[in-house]
Design a protein around this ligand. Structure first.
Ligand SMILES: [Cu+2]
Length: 156
């Protein structure tokens, strides 16, 4: 069987590209920390969120040298607490859950973005290197008042 020279080149190029891309995905899946298992494997009884630790005391807690935990409850149509002040340079672990329906937890301008499902606890860590105000918003349509659902995060 005769294969034209250009066709051979394209076949080799296609095969090499495919192997390169699949290898990249394979290597990344096992080595990149960004591909850790999802945080929401921890579960919670949605009816008992407000009486279960750490959600019985929502807010910012200092857990180490410039390290904080921010516990937040999401409900239609707001966040508890609704305003948070964080010192500049602090490493913050967000721990969030929903008491009613599926909400979104996004800190605009950062890569913090979680889908918050009732019955599950989500967490994510982020370091705020620069001062400024950040808007926390719900980015999953959760009902008629969804567009009012936001909170303020101030890095001082
Ligand atoms: Cu919403």
């Amino acid at each position: 069987m005769h294969i034209h020279k250009f066709e051979k080149i394209w076949l080799i190029l296609g095969t090499v590209t495919l192997v390169a891309f699949l290898s990249t995905i394979g290597i990344q899946a096992f080595t990149s920390p960004d591909h850790a298992p999802p945080s929401d494997l921890t579960t919670i009884e949605p009816e008992e969120v407000e009486t279960t630790a750490p959600f019985d005391e929502p807010g910012l807690k200092k857990v180490g040298e410039n390290e904080y935990e921010l516990v937040m409850i999401l409900q239609s149509f707001g966040f508890t607490p609704g305003e948070v002040e964080i010192p500049q340079g602090a490493k913050v672990k967000f721990i969030v859950t929903s008491i009613d329906v599926v909400h979104g937890f996004e800190v605009a301008g950062t890569n913090i973005n979680m889908m918050v499902t009732p019955g599950h606890i989500n967490s994510m860590t982020y370091t705020f290197d620069e001062k400024g105000s950040f808007l926390i918003l719900c980015n999953e349509y959760c009902g008629i008042g969804h567009h009012y659902m936001s909170a303020e995060l101030e890095v001082k």
